[in-house]
Design a protein around this ligand. Sequence first.
Ligand SMILES: [Zn+2]
Length: 138
Amino acid sequence: MAMKKCKDCGAEISKSAKTCPHCGKKQKHTGLTTVLIILVILLGVGVATSINDTTNPTSSQTSENAKATLEKFNQIQTGMTYQEVVEIMGEEGTLSTESSYSDQTMQIYYWYAKNGISNATISFTNGVVSAKSQIGLE
Ligand SMILES: [Zn+2]
């Protein structure tokens, strides 16, 4: 058992004792307690600051603008490249099917609306739009 001296009477007492068994004075541990309280406050401020950083209101607005709409779908023309379609839609499509027959490559991509269900389905043959369809876009 670690020992220390009572601040009041100087008797050797257990370090874990809350009161001195000789004079009955309370033994303070203010030094360590103060450091712990400051650490807790600093950690709390750090966490609060990082939460504020992640809840940026403009970030959700940007992703909604990148979702498929009927207006964007109507701008897509047969013969456009995948990159041109990405520029209209505002984000990369989700590759659904890719197949090739001899010298022809066919890819089908989905672009989802912000509800996550409605979508534009665009077929590319040799890298250009060959067919398009949509379900539920507004
Ligand atoms: Zn004492």
